[in-house]
Design a protein around this ligand. Structure first.
Ligand code: IMP
Ligand code: MG
Length: 329
């Protein structure tokens, strides 16, 4: 029987550092599960000073926990096995990794169609995500149970304490994001239930944000003129804001607190982590948008106080975190 479920998800446009948080707390759970997306995601994790990257496999595997790819995910068989090999070559126990039989399979045709029709227009990651979900909804897709050997299929029930790990974020959500500049899945924490448990089991909703905003791919909310701002360019370099799937530079803007408040309201966050505060500290500039105006603060401490005051009505636990250090619960 499930004891409780905690959900980690992104409050902005992805790349907030969800993987870091998930890896930091995974040891306290029996299962770590993904509910959405596929190889478009990129999780970066540091273990004993070594950097690891995964795209589809949940971070639980780094902490020796059962790692489940849920029915709402999509995966490309070859990329999945490449990732399995990468993890087993690095000494991780890949027998912990299981795929729900109803997850959908990305074909090479899906990737081709994404590259041809979507990548240029929307700045997708070119991983075949949209076309695969499109076939799923048309009910002409192929499920994992048809393609994967039984040994990789998950047939059990969740049990004990469960951590769910979101991919992409609230503003990339198919229903709530700036459509069509969104991904093709539900990134909202309530969609974690699609893995197969009751919403009543959810204990904490751990929303992850960043001290500044970034966008990979196209979105009119991030005007091209941002590329010309020297301070924002410094943040790209210091914050290493390069796509972990595509290698593309991410467009940076100051934190939009109005959008953050809106995404907290929409998603029902109970625990907020704001990552990469040390990047702003390194450049010594502290700005954010509030009520559509750019507010400049003198120190990180002032910025933290400002954010805490504005978020006071939400009764959240808030943790401000650095680039490298890990938080614990
Ligand atoms: P797709 O998910 O590849 O179809 O891409 C759709 C949009 O979501 C594009 O703007 C991508 O840059 C963005 N996107 C998809 N996955 C991620 C991610 O993991 N981090 C950040 N942006 C993402
Ligand atoms: Mg990422």
């Amino acid at each position: 029987m499930i004891n409780y479920v905690d959900v980690i998800y992104g409050l902005a446009w992805g790349d907030e550092g969800k993987g870091k948080i998930s890896n930091a707390i995974a040891k306290d759970y029996d299962y770590v599960c993904r509910w959405n997306g596929g190889p478009n995601a990129g999780h970066t994790v540091y273990l004993d000073g070594k950097k690891y990257k995964t795209h589809i496999i949940p971070c639980g595997v780094f902490q020796n926990k059962k790692s489940i790819i849920g029915p709402g995910c999509v995966l490309h068989i070859k990329k999945f096995f490449d990732e399995i090999k990468y993890l087993s070559d690095n000494g991780f126990d890949t027998s912990l990794i299981k795929v729900h039989p109803n997850a959908h399979i990305i074909s090479d045709e899906h990737i081709e169609s994404d590259m041809k029709k979507l990548k240029g227009k929307l700045g997708t990651t070119g991983q075949g995500i949209g076309p695969c979900y499109s076939d799923k909804m048309m009910r002409c897709g192929v499920q994992a149970k048809k393609e994967l050997d039984k040994k990789w299929l998950w047939e059990g029930d969740l049990d004990g304490n469960v951590l769910c790990e979101g991919a992409q974020s609230v503003w990339l959500d198919i229903d709530h994001g700036d459509y069509p500049f969104v991904t093709s899945s539900s990134t909202m924490p309530y969609s974690a239930c699609s893995i197969g448990f009751s919403p009543k089991k959810i204990r904490s909703l751990i929303g992850v944000a960043k001290a500044y905003d970034t966008k990979s791919g196209v979105d009119p909310l991030f005007p091209e003129t941002l590329w010309e701002d020297p301070t924002l360019n410094k943040i790209i370099e210091l914050g290493q804001e390069f796509g972990s799937t595509t290698g593309r530079k991410r467009l940076v803007n100051w934190l939009n607190l109005d959008k953050l408040i809106q995404s907290i309201r929409l998603s029902g966050c109970t625990y907020l982590v704001i990552n990469k505060c040390d990047v702003l500290e390194e450049i010594g500039v502290f700005k954010l948008y509030y009520k559509n105006r750019l507010v400049e603060l003198d120190t990180m401490h002032e910025m933290e106080t400002f954010i805490r005051d504005m978020l006071y009505p939400f009764d959240l636990k808030i943790s401000f975190s650095g680039h490298k250090e890990l938080i614990t619960q």
